[in-house]
Structure formats: C-alpha cells, structure tokens
Design a protein around this ligand. Structure first.
Ligand SMILES: [Zn+2]
Length: 440
C-alpha cells in the first residue's frame, strides 16, 4: 500500500479501529498514572513510556537532562531539581519509503504535587476508572494525551498500515516548573539537524488537556521567590520585633494590585479580551516561623506570575519588582531585608498560527470526529509549545482531551473524550503523513 491507496482507509475504518482500543487506552493510562512522576522523580514514567513505545515497535533514545548545556539557551529556566540522571524519552517511527510529512507528539511526564493524600477520595496514584473517568494525579495533565497519541498510532497498525512520514513521540521532564525537558530535546534536535543526522519535524502536536480545543496563544509565566528577613522577638514583647509575614502580606497586596490593573479591559491583549480573569498572580507557597511564641525571623513567598504575550518576561519582572521595592521603601528598616530570586519558569508568552495547513488539518480531523469546529483557546497557562514556536518556528498547538480538577483533588479525564481525541490524531496522521503497508 502507498499513500495514494490511503483512500481505501476511509475515516469510518480508522475511527472504528480506535473504538476497538478503548480498553487499551484505559489500561495503559491506569498503569501510567501508577508511576508517581512528581518533579525530579519522573524516571518511572519515562521507563514506562519506553516499554509502551517498544510494544508498538518503536525504539527510544534517552535524552539526558544536562542543565549545564542548556544554561545559555534563550528559553532556559533556572533549574528547580538536580539533573540526577533524569532523561526524556524520544522515539521516532521511520517509514519504509519516506514520502509523507512528519509530526512530533510532545507530552510531559511530570505531574504536580498532590497535597494530602487523605483529602482525595482514593489514592492520587491509584489510576482507577469510575463512571467513564480515569482518576489520579497526571491522569488528565497529561498522561491521557500521550496515551491518545499511542492509540492513534496503534490503530493504524491494527489496520495493517503505518504512517508514511516520520512520527516522533517525545516524553519530557519538567514541563510543570521549567520547561527544560523539552528544551533539552529541542536542543538535541537542532544540533542533530545541523549534523544532518535527523530530519526536522513538519509539525508538533502537544496533547495537553485542552478540553478538545486548540491552543491559539499562551501567556508568559515566571516564578519568583521573595525572601523577607524580619526582626524576631519574644511574642510577649511582639511590638519590639518586626514580623516578616506581615511584610510578606503587604507585598502580596501590592503585587495583587498590579494583577488587577493588568486584568482591566483597557490593558488586555486582544486575544484575552473575553476571558474572565486572564492574568493570575498566584501565591503558591508561604513559609515562615517555627514557634507560636516568637515573632518569626524569616518568611519566603513563592509566586507564579504571568503577563500577556506581547510583554517580555524581563519587562514583566521589572513591573513586579518595582511594586515590591515600593513596599520596601515604605516600610524600610535597618533590621529588615527583602530580596528577590528567580527559580523555575522563565517562559515567554506566544501566539500560534492556527491557519497553517497542519493546524487546519487538525481542526478538520476534529470536526470529522465530533461534527464541530474546535474552539481556539487563549491559554492562561504556559506550555512547551513555546520552544517549538520560538526556537524552531514550527507549526505547533496543544490539542487534547477533557479533564477535570487538574492540579486539584480527584483529577480525572474522560475516556469518551480520549477516544475522540485519539480518533482525531489518527485521522490527522493518515492525512498528514500518508500511510504505507505496516513493516513486518
Ligand atoms: Zn500539562
């Protein structure tokens, strides 16, 4: 079979083949969720993905995370975890006769912390199916999406064919705090292309849980830590001390005032005009004190901040720093000290072109499955799409299943939605890459 004969593979046969893989998807996702791949501990999930890819006949290479080699790249984010021998998993299907266009599926392996396990209905890493939803930390964000892409590829194999263009599967580290995982793969791809060892990809799809919409843009996101030294004292003589928590809360108020200003209609980026609350300055951590009867000595704030795609991260940092310095100036005291440091996300915003052929085809594939044109989503988060757009100028978007409670308790993903998304990915692969007879 060659590309022209792909016409025999009508959409009905392809989607029926995906329907036949529903149990495969549930089983694979359940086992994937049971790899508790918290930041810095992703290896179990990476090894799991290697095995699942091998079952599809795909050999993986390990792309080691070497922060030293990434430090000078423009999209580098200051590391949060030691490299620790951790790696991305990159597999590449090569067609027998390379005639079609190629696509890279890029998904992250890491999941965010769970909070207290006892506040979940069942263990966050149980990975069980209930009423059509698979539960667990990372089920939706974003192990389900990777499973959808594997199922799309497997469905074609079950029909006796395979894509006639290269299909890459890249499982990456650290999407949730730095993006340095994808940066490592992009850096490896760029140097490999230079040495002509590996062709580039013609499009990149990221199966993040976009509720079956397509990402049209993402915000700039950065993490900031504020360390505040106060003046500790006995609580009985509290007014002789200076409480760094009080200072910290003043800083949070000042930063929140800036968040409010950036959300005002007149200050919004056009793509975010309709959004209820696009700019979110989140106080994610506050650590202070060690004794109820002492005024604390230090307080640390961990903030996640964002800005519109037309503002640089450097400019956004300056705006926020100015508000913090104003608080310091107002409450200046020789006994206190406020310092700012950056670890984690340093991720510029990005606008994606959804009117290029690859993205039009993905929208068409979704419409074939659901009867509806996919929504175009202006994301208020960051994604690894930025690396492919800003460093390689490739067509890229996020498109993935319906998930609930991502980053919250009882995270879950809809199996029906996974099946629809897998169908859209399968139809996309057939039209984008073409198909040829499956290699024996
Ligand atoms: Zn995600």
């Amino acid at each position: 079979m060659n590309v022209t004969q792909s016409n025999h593979l009508d959409a009905g046969r392809i989607t029926a083949a995906v329907d036949g893989l529903e149990q495969y998807m549930v089983d694979t996702l359940s086992r994937f969720v049971r790899c508790p791949s918290l930041p810095g501990e992703e290896t179990s999930a990476a090894e799991f993905l290697e095995v699942e890819l091998a079952k599809l006949g795909l050999a993986s290479e390990r792309i080691m995370l070497r922060t030293e080699e990434l430090k000078d790249l423009p999209l580098y984010s200051p590391a949060c975890c030691p490299d620790g021998g951790r790696f991305n998993v990159l597999a590449r299907h090569e067609p027998t006769a390379s005639t079609g266009r190629s696509v890279l599926i890029n998904g992250h392996l890491d999941v965010v912390p769970t909070g207290p396990h006892e506040l979940w209905t069942e263990s966050p890493f149980a990975g069980n199916l209930h009423d059509g939803w698979v539960y667990g930390r990372g089920a939706g964000d974003m192990k389900a999406g990777l499973v959808c892409a594997l199922a799309a590829f497997k469905a074609l194999q079950d029909l006796g064919v395979q894509p006639a263009g290269a299909v890459g599967f890249n499982g990456v580290l650290e999407e949730e705090n730095t993006g340095n995982g994808t940066l490592a793969t992009v850096s490896a791809l760029k140097s490999a292309i230079g040495a002509a060892k590996l062709a580039s990809f013609d499009a990149v799809l990221i199966p993040e849980p976009t509720q079956e919409g397509m990402m049209a843009s993402q915000l700039g996101v950065f993490w900031m830590y504020v360390d505040i030294v106060g003046k500790p004292a006995h609580a009985a003589y509290m007014t002789t001390g200076i409480n760094p928590v009080d200072l910290g809360l003043r800083i949070v108020d000042a930063v929140k005032a800036l968040e409010h200003e950036w959300n005002l209609p007149e200050n919004r980026h056009p793509l975010y005009r309709e959004h209820p609350h696009p700019i979110n300055f989140n106080l994610g951590q506050i650590h202070a004190g060690d004794w109820n009867s002492s005024v604390p000595s230090v307080c640390t704030l961990g903030l996640r901040l964002s800005c519109y795609p037309d503002m640089s991260i450097e400019d956004a940092k300056l705006h926020v720093e100015r508000r913090i310095l104003a608080v310091e100036a107002e409450l200046a005291d020789d006994d206190t000290a406020i310092s700012i440091r950056y670890e984690g996300f340093n991720a510029p915003g990005c606008v994606y072109d959804l009117d290029v052929p690859a993205m039009q085809l993905l929208a068409e594939s979704h419409k074939q499955v659901t009867g509806k044109v996919p929504t175009r989503n202006a994301l208020t988060a960051t994604t690894d799409g930025r690396h492919f757009k800003l460093l390689m100028d490739l067509p890229v978007t996020c498109y993935g299943p319906i998930a609930r409670n991502v980053h919250g308790f009882n995270e879950s993903v809809s199996v029906e939605s996974m099946v629809r998304v897998a169908k859209a990915y399968a139809l996309f692969m057939v039209e984008w890459c073409g198909v040829e007879a499956r290699r024996a």
